[in-house]
Design a protein around this ligand. Structure first.
Ligand code: GDG
Length: 489
């Protein structure tokens, strides 16, 4: 089993002589102005938390977009700062983008073209040429920063996600030294005919093929990607060894299902403060009802929040004994608010919740508590631990970490996970109650069945789920990825 220490050793021994780089849109440390002066914050989310110790051990360089309003005041003349600020271990190099550049590269091409495209066009992509030009331009800014840092030496560069599809090629074409590069794509890869609707599909594929290794969460995303390069670029693909031949080079494609730090979440969920928070949640002043359901999502149309509320509505209609007896708490963290589809989603959700609550509300009881905003971590853990059911019902999701976090935090083993058949996590989490989020009747019945599941059955299922996530934690993901990349050196 991998641990943070064994991965650090692995990187140090395998990547000896190579400079180590991570390149991502999001930065691991953000400087912000506050009334108490400049503070350095870390973003919430498992990825930066998992990669940060690795960087601290290998003393590499993390290249990322500067996003804090005090970021510029906290770098040297080369746009670098040492992090963590109170115990510096590695270099964070910030890439600057103007508001207009961020609008086109991030809110535009990344989130209005690639995001919907890779999530099976639930929302029609906006194939706007100015977004594409802005994306190319910003990818070039990242490439420049990488080349500047590599300085012709041997380097291992690990790119992250769909914001930087063109950067690997820009780096490879200009790099003087020996570069080994890998890319992890955090979202699904759609079937080739969906992907090919993008007028710039070929350039995106060529950008990615400049890597030596490309990772996706699931085998089926790897297959979709290989089919796309085969059909669009005429690349030769070996579906047995998951290898692509293109431009005289071999590119490996591999599944690496991402995960969470199971032990850390389990440990935190057992802290006394969580018990105190649960008491507050279950108190007569807050939720004095038998059953609690929970959902935690970034407010995104792919997460199926609207469909989930329709299922809850139908569930209460079909099984009225749960009226006055079941409360569903949705924590929706606002995201990408500048994109019109996300703005509209926020409004649609608010209206729908008001409608459902109006329809059923009796005295103090109302069926849905909608918290729009980021929940404090301990409250999130308390909800995961006390919920009778956690509903994760995306219409499409690369993996979904909430499902795994719920399992890790459910230390009393008395909760049930309802999971959409379209979440990547469903391939591993076989003991969840699986639903089709579009099937309102089936979804409503699944909520009832989950709430009525016998204690013994719940315990057994949760025990098995916990075993799977404990074993396949984020360190396994990290270790497997780095080991595969190290073979290329
Ligand atoms: C992309 C892919 C893939 C959410 N609300 C609150 C909160 N969160 C945290 C959760 C979880 C994270 O945000 C969301 O992770 P997901 O995996 O569900 O979703 P995406 O942001 O869409 O991530 C996804 C992931 O990349 C990794 O590769 O799994 O498929 O789409 O950690 O806990 N945290 C707190 N309060 C909130 O209100 N504290």
């Amino acid at each position: 089993m991998y641990s943070p220490e064994s991965i650090q050793k692995l990187v140090k021994s395998k990547l000896r002589g190579y400079k180590f780089f991570i390149v991502s849109n999001r930065e691991p440390y953000i400087h912000m102005h506050t009334p108490e002066g400049i503070k350095c914050k870390t973003p919430t989310g498992g990825l930066t938390a998992a990669l940060d110790p690795l960087m601290q051990a290998c003393k590499g360089t993390w290249i990322a977009g500067g996003s804090g309003d005090a970021d510029r005041e906290n770098v040297d003349e080369h746009d670098k700062t040492l992090v963590p600020p109170d115990d510096p271990k590695y270099v964070l190099r910030r890439v600057w983008m103007s508001k207009d550049e961020v609008d086109k590269y991030y809110f535009g091409f990344s989130n209005q073209v690639l995001w919907p495209l890779c999530h099976n066009v639930f929302h029609k992509p906006t194939f706007d040429k100015s977004f594409w030009d802005g994306y190319k331009h910003s990818n070039k800014l990242f490439a420049r920063a990488v080349l500047d840092e590599v300085k012709g030496e041997k380097a291992f560069v690990w790119f992250h996600d769909y914001h930087l599809a063109l950067t690997p090629r820009m780096v490879r074409s200009k790099a003087k030294g020996q570069i080994v590069s890998a890319h992890f794509w955090h979202i699904p890869w759609p079937s080739w005919d969906v992907f090919m609707t993008c007028p710039w599909a070929k350039e995106i594929l060529e950008g990615l093929l400049a890597n030596d290794l490309i990772g996706f969460h699931l085998k089926r995303y790897c297959i979709n990607f290989m089919a796309s390069v085969e059909r669009a670029l005429g690349a030769s693909v070996d579906y047995k060894s998951f290898a692509i031949q293109y431009g005289g080079r071999t590119i490996l494609v591999r599944p690496f299902p991402i995960s969470i730090d199971f032990d850390a979440i389990e440990k935190s969920a057992k802290k006394p403060i969580i018990k105190r928070k649960i008491k507050e949640i279950r108190s007569p002043h807050y939720i004095p009802y038998e059953f609690i359901g929970v959902g935690v999502d970034r407010l995104d149309y792919t997460k199926g929040i609207i469909e989930r509320f329709h299922a809850i509505d139908r569930f209460l209609e079909k099984y009225p004994k749960y009226q006055n007896n079941f409360v569903y708490i949705e924590a929706g963290a606002p995201s990408r608010r500048k994109v019109p589809a996300y703005m509209k989603l926020g409004e649609d959700i608010t209206k729908l919740v008001e409608g459902i609550n109006w329809k059923y509300q009796r005295g103090y009881w109302k069926p849905i508590i909608y918290i729009e905003g980021k929940l404090e971590y301990n409250k999130l853990l308390a909800l995961y631990r006390t919920a009778d059911v956690c509903i994760v019902s995306p219409l499409q999701d690369g993996m979904n970490l909430v499902a795994k976090e719920f399992v890790a935090a459910n230390v009393d083993r008395n909760g049930v996970l309802i999971l959409s058949q379209f979440a990547g996590a469903t391939e591993e989490l076989k003991d969840a109650v699986v639903v089709n989020p579009y099937d309102v009747e089936g979804f409503a019945d699944a909520i009832k069945n989950a709430l009525e599941m016998r204690g013994e059955e719940k315990r057994k299922r949760m025990e098995r789920l916990r075993g799977v996530v404990r074993e396949n934690n984020v360190y396994k993901w990290l270790g497997d990825f780095v080991s595969e990349a190290a073979k290329l050196i």
